[in-house]
Ligand binder design. Sequence first.
Ligand SMILES: NC(=O)c1ccc[n+]([C@@H]2O[C@H](COP(=O)([O-])OP(=O)(O)OC[C@H]3O[C@@H](n4cnc5c(N)ncnc54)[C@H](O)[C@@H]3O)[C@@H](O)[C@H]2O)c1
Length: 378
Amino acid sequence: MHPQAPLRKLARFARIYGPGRALFKAAGRLRLRLPTLRLRTQPRDIAVAGCGQFAYATIGYFLQRRFGRRVLGCFDTDARAAATLARGLGVPHQCVDIDALVALPGLRTVYIASNHASHADYAARALAAGLDVYVEKPVAVSLAQLALLEQARRRASGRLFAGYNRPFSGAVRDLRRQLQPDPAAGISLQCFVAGHVLAADHWYRHPAEGTRICGNVGHWLDLFVHMLAWRGTPQRLDVALTWVDDSERDENLSIAIATERGDLCAIMLTARNEPFEGINESIQFQHADVTCKIDDFREMVLWQGVRRERRRYWPKDPGHRDAIAQPFSDELRRDWHEVLDSTLLMLHITDMVRSATRFSTCDLPKARQELERLIASG
Ligand SMILES: NC(=O)c1ccc[n+]([C@@H]2O[C@H](COP(=O)([O-])OP(=O)(O)OC[C@H]3O[C@@H](n4cnc5c(N)ncnc54)[C@H](O)[C@@H]3O)[C@@H](O)[C@H]2O)c1
């Protein structure tokens, strides 16, 4: 690495995310405690399971720096991760497992940002303890896990929110406000994603963690399903995959989807070099009288008839702030059925990648039926 790369990165991130957030991201990597500048008036009623970079630098930042919320307890299978997050965010209780965490007196909400294979189980336990739960993506890495989670959600008094954040981005919300969905017209969406290079032994690649389809691609599948729901969700999604390396079919791949309602989606995940500014997304959309380009959630250009409008988003707004705020805001909640549908589609494509199937149809009503069967038998 170039000796000045960390400083250049800090400066670049300050331009993209603002200086406060850039410093917090660096503090997350170095596990430093930053002085508190904001008066915290909220009760200490939040717990965090999984104390890695996202829990610290994104969930921790928005909860504590932006919403004035305070974390009561945390848990991580790596005691050092838990201890450094506890020190960095000033968290009084460090728990030995998820059951101890969700049993903390005074707790109302749990944020789950651990490994993917643990999300559904942890979320189900927290729901069973009567808590509100925010679970990071993916919400499950198998149909059996999704059934377990959905069963827990239906029985629970608490509410469940997913960390799929793109629908909460400023650009997607501005696009939605501008659009008059046409029930008879198709939706076109294209997402070019320059993702992180993951080491061969990175935990995302462990077979139990659901591949990069669950780890990354789920975001854009979820965005597509969210946009389809604006007009009405189709039933059949024909999926075609191409990849360049048979031994790593979940990256440097393209996914094309067509539906019986005339929709078209193309997602390309490319990871040939490490993006210096982090993951970079170019998104294009067309429906009814609107055509739009979203450049990395920093800028959107929208054409509607004779109108052309350009909006900038600073700090970059991929929707993390509002996704994380879901438990505290009635306005921001998302229909959970969208998350179920997007997870069913994601699991279908995960199976395709695993079995090296290049073409297959995801029949959503059938997939929902199978989920119901598993819930009933669980
Ligand atoms: N929404 C987004 O844009 C976004 C971005 C990045 C990461 N994430 C998600 O956040 C979560 C964490 O990712 P990260 O980037 O912080 O990874 P990370 O590797 O930095 O952190 C993961 C943490 O989980 C801990 N862990 C592993 N297994 C555990 C278990 N069974 N129980 C408790 N803790 C466990 C690890 O020790 C580690 O501290 C993942 O679900 C990831 O997909 C979301």
